[in-house]
Design a protein around this ligand. Structure first.
Ligand code: PEP
Ligand code: MG
Length: 540
């Protein structure tokens, strides 16, 4: 799986933004304008083409307004100026006149006219002696891309093209160039660091990275060919050093050296009345949870270890990994493999589906392919002889499905002397929330997966940036469903936690507490953030 077999491969670039980060790589690319076509128009269509361009410019400018607003709220007013300046370039009369001229005199279509004018501006700025001015050139490229987005009717599709990428989770973004829009777009998704091939020290993107406190290094030529999505990378934004596939020693050394600069908050002790556990995606991440003094692992996404081939897909290897986690922290909530849709495992050889998010995934896959789960079930059953094991079933849709899943678990574990296993359901499909009272008559505990719950409740693809703005947890219907589940849990006297990203968002903490939620499971480095927020709320 790994493109780099060698450990501690060091490369040097230009330090753009202070700090040190160690994380998994996400190779973002800007997948835009594949349908872009350049052609000459007919004379009879001149007026229409000019109007089309003007309309596109206005629309692109108004998209910029919403970005500006978001940046102002999330980063700051000074940084928002970058996008105000882009809007000024976009609405500049001279730009419009030159593009109109190309349409009217050379019969170019709008796409071609805009590209010609802005490429020309960009090229001219790039030739200037002054480095600061040269670095402004990329703004013209970005303005062009924004207008083209409207003309070809796309929204920037910023994405990592690897199916196993943990989109939206802790990652170091490796990209060709750090554009302001990329910086802002991914910042909202908890980026740990940036490494890019191009981009200068005073580029807008570098300014944004600095104000967001995200370490960044640029100028590493060919980095995109050297690494693969999911591999580990260390970014030293102080020195410009980047270490591919760093060894434990290097990471430890770096943490020792830059104790204050490593992007990780200091641990905060547990707070009364609220429990904060950690979500982990690989067995190795349990160390971060221990470091952050998490009160257990509230969600272990076990599928990631096998999808990324960190752990062999056999009973012994899984048992070892699970024993390591269970021996490090307790309790541990093991989610059985949530394979399918955005987390495919190609080696299973499943047929392609038109609609994988609604297809053979999660607990349905357990029913369809019980043998796939046998090594995991047996590893967990063995583990229960030594530890209390919590098993969570993903994508549960109703009570009958849960009962059947638990039965299959028992069948697969046959022959093993089972210790204590608690069986729980994830509430991440709306029907399960509606069935909460019935489910609570069977389950030992519940855990709300808000990421999928929002996706299925509002029919909104959680990985599609084109609809990301509509992914709004503040909507009433979500809270009505959450309240239903809380009530059912209270009536049954059994535990309920929240393990989706909502749990780690301090903005919604007050509201979650007010409906009676008290157990949260969040990314390890968010554990102190939530505890701090609870402590602050207690004082208000
Ligand atoms: C969720 O859906 O909220 C959840 C915790 O599971 P995942 O993000 O792994 O789908
Ligand atoms: Mg989920």
């Amino acid at each position: 799986m790994s493109a780099i077999l060698e450990r501690d491969v060091k490369v040097n670039g230009i330090p753009l933004s202070d700090g040190v980060a160690v994380g998994r790589i996400c190779m973002f690319n800007e997948n835009r304008h594949s349908q872009l076509s350049f052609f000459k128009i007919k004379k009879s269509g001149l007026l229409e083409e000019v109007a089309r361009l003007d309309k596109a410019i206005e629309q692109a400018a108004s998209r910029l307004d919403s970005i500006t607003e978001r940046v102002r709220d999330e980063i700051g007013p000074a940084e928002a100026e970058i996008f105000i300046a882009q809007k000024m370039i976009m609405q500049d009369n001279l730009l419009r006149e030159r593009a109109h001229k190309l349409i009217n005199e050379e019969l170019l279509n709008s796409e071609l006219a805009v590209t010609r004018v802005l490429d020309d501006y960009e090229a001219r700025l790039q030739q200037m002696d002054d480095q600061y001015i040269r670095e402004r050139a990329s703004d013209f490229g970005e303005v062009k891309r924004r207008i083209l987005d409207v003309l070809v009717n796309t929204t920037p599709n910023l994405q990592c093209d690897q199916p196993h990428c943990q989109k939206g989770r802790n990652r170091v973004v490796v990209a060709a160039e750090l554009t302001p829009s990329l910086t802002v777009e991914v910042s909202a998704r908890h980026t740990l660091g940036f490494v890019t091939e191009g981009g200068g020290q005073s580029s807008h993107a570098a300014i944004l990275a600095r104000s967001m406190g995200v370490p960044a290094v640029s100028g590493i030529e060919g980095i995109l060919d050297k690494v693969a999505c999911g591999e580990e990378i260390l970014v030293n934004g102080y020195t410009g050093e980047v270490v591919l596939n760093p060894s434990e020693n290097t990471v430890r050394e770096m943490r020792g050296k830059y104790a204050d600069g490593v992007r990780k908050p200091a641990a905060v002790p547990p707070v009364d009345g609220v429990s904060v556990r950690a979500n982990v995606s690989t067995f190795e991440e349990v160390a971060d949870a221990v470091e952050m003094a998490a009160e257990g692992i509230g969600l272990y996404r076990t599928e990631i270890d096998v999808i990324t081939a960190r752990v062999d897909f056999d009973e012994e290897a899984l048992y070892k990994a699970y024993r390591h986690v269970a021996g490090s922290l307790s309790p541990v909530y093991f989610r059985i493999f949530d394979i399918g849709s955005d987390k495919p495992l190609p080696s299973l050889g499943l047929a392609g589906e038109d609609n994988p998010a609604l297809g053979l995934r999660g607990t349905r896959l357990l029913f369809a392919r019980p043998e796939t789960f046998r090594p995991q079930v047996r590893a967990l059953a063995r583990l229960s002889q030594e530890f209390v094991v919590h098993v969570m079933y993903p994508m549960i849709v109703d009570c009958g499905q849960f009962v059947e899943a638990r039965r299959i678990f028992g069948q697969l574990a046959e022959g093993i002397d089972i210790g204590t296993i608690m069986h729980g359901a994830m509430f991440e499909v709306p029907s399960a929330c509606l069935a909460a009272r019935r489910l609570y008559s069977e389950i030992d505990f519940g855990s709300i997966g808000t990421n999928d719950l929002i996706q299925y409740l509002y029919a909104i693809d959680r990985n599609n940036n084109a609809v990301a703005a509509d992914f709004k947890p503040e909507r009433e219907e979500l809270w009505e469903l959450l309240t239903l589940v809380v009530k059912a849990a209270e009536e049954s006297g059994k535990p309920l936690s929240v393990c989706g990203e909502l749990a780690g968002n301090p903005l919604y903490l007050q509201r979650m507490l007010s409906i009676g939620l008290r157990d949260f499971s969040v990314n390890a480095r968010v554990v102190p953030v939530i505890r701090q927020a609870v402590a602050v709320m207690g004082k208000e």
